[in-house]
Write a protein that binds this ligand. Structure first.
Ligand code: PMP
Length: 429
């Protein structure tokens, strides 16, 4: 009935021919997704999947969520776009909503853009203008974007094009995790390394950018005191802290923002992904004082457009009405507990970590190659069973679970049962 339908093989072929060769697939036979409904995705062949990846935490309120799309459509029909130079209501309403009760501390001003990279780029620029310093600190194996500056602060080799980066702009600090080290020692090593860099050249850094939980780096959750100590150290040298909440933001971890778990307020906070539930939007928020440093005319053509802003307002309403922040914490604890039970049962799971509905299970084989191969086998098997799971980690050996915040608990239990048999199958090899 759909004459335009070409099928997955043709899509793969056209991607090869007309896309840039760098685009990658997770699966040997990637499904063509033709529809979605809340926690579900539908394939071309009639197969349905529970989506445990949500486009890396994007569709957190569920696919084609009617309460949200109704308001997107309403705005699309009223006014799509003009220019931020003229006055439109949704953008200021969204900024006010974020300032009044959603953003932590004295983060009261928000600049809207269209993606995570752009949000971080803006945050880094404001930090430079405010401090009048050029350099940045970042954690090894963090990910912050695809633009020049954000790639410069990204610490995962596969997301960098090192040849053309400004090598001296970023100083990387070891992250507070190392699979081959005692955890407390890894955390200490990270803070000690930061201390010695600060002692040597603390007055050259504008900001340090961190993910409250490293996403692509493999779901790294530092102990509660880590970011508190780190923030205090930065403050002594007048260095701003940028919290990259592009994966952790909007409720997924059981708090509205991931950084709130650690009892600190960043100087600048960035968000994107889940804020639009699939409609492009990005934002960087800060204090009155820091915002004043962006003192030249600055506007983004599409940033804060009425359609994206109305959608984000609907997302925030939905999260509040459905109590999704609290629910993510509660349901996520059960997910993590279930994964830990599987870790006790199967030696291939070396570690389980996360907060709320942002969880990872690190797979260890006899070698790095085997770890990555087993992770892929589990992903394939889970896809066959009707579950789309993500993958991340430096060695591409961490199963990533970032389901929609509306996923029914029975689907989480069903996924754990399927994963149990997939792991049993693996152990028999
Ligand atoms: N920061 C983090 C933590 C991310 O996960 C990503 C995307 N994976 C980005 C920034 C970049 O966002 P975008 O792809 O929207 O530019």
């Amino acid at each position: 009935e759909d004459q335009a339908y070409i099928g997955p093989e043709a899509i793969v072929a056209k991607r090869r021919q007309y896309g840039y060769p760098c685009t990658a697939n997770f699966y040997k036979e990637p499904p063509q997704i033709v529809g979605g409904k809340m926690h579900m995705l539908y394939g071309h062949d009639g197969k349905s999947y529970v989506d445990f990846f949500t486009g890396v935490s994007v569709v957190a309120c569920g696919h084609c969520n009617e309460a949200i799309t109704a308001r997107t459509i309403e705005q699309l029909q009223k006014l799509q776009h003009t220019s931020t130079i003229y006055l439109t209501q949704p953008m200021v309403e969204l900024a006010e909503r974020l300032a009044d009760g959603i953003l932590p501390g004295n983060l009261k001003r928000t600049f809207f853009v269209n993606s995570g990279s752009e949000a971080n780029e803006g945050a880094l620029l404001v930090a430079r203008l405010h401090t009048k310093r050029r350099h940045f600190l970042a954690l090894e194996y963090g990910i912050h974007g695809r633009t020049f500056l954000t790639m410069n602060v990204t610490g995962i080799p596969m997301w960098r094009t090192d040849d053309f980066l400004d090598g001296d702009v970023t100083t990387f600090i070891p992250r507070p995790y190392d699979p081959d080290m005692d955890q407390e020692a890894a955390v200490r090593r990270s803070l000690d390394a930061l201390a010695s860099v600060l002692a040597e050249k603390g007055d050259t850094f504008a900001a340090m950018i961190v993910e409250p939980i490293q996403g692509n780096g493999g779901m790294i959750v530092p102990p509660d005191w880590y970011f508190r100590e780190l923030k205090a150290m930065l403050e002594q040298h007048g260095i701003l802290l940028i919290a990259d909440e592009i994966q952790t933001g909007c409720g997924r971890t059981g708090r509205m923002f991931g950084i709130e778990h650690y009892g600190i307020v960043p100087d600048i906070l960035t968000m994107a992904k889940a804020l639009g539930n699939g409609v492009p939007i990005g934002a960087f928020s800060t204090t009155d004082e820091i915002a004043a440093s962006l003192n030249r005319p600055s506007a983004s053509t599409f940033g804060g457009n009425p359609v994206s802003s109305a959608t984000a307002l609907a997302v925030l309403d939905y999260i509040e009405q459905e109590g999704l922040v609290e629910r993510s914490g509660r349901v996520g604890s059960r997910l993590i507990e279930g994964l830990k039970d599987l870790q006790n049962k199967y030696g291939v799971i070396a570690d389980v970590r996360g907060k709320g509905l942002m969880a990872g299970a690190e797979i260890h084989g006899a070698s790095d190659q085997e770890s990555a191969a087993w992770t892929d086998m589990l992903l394939e098997r889970m896809k066959e069973e009707g579950f789309i799971i993500g993958k991340n980690g430096v060695g591409r050996n961490v199963l990533a679970f970032q389901p929609a915040m509306v996923t029914p608990e029975k689907e989480i239990e069903a996924m754990l049962i399927s994963l149990d048999s997939a792991l049993a199958g693996l152990s028999q090899k």
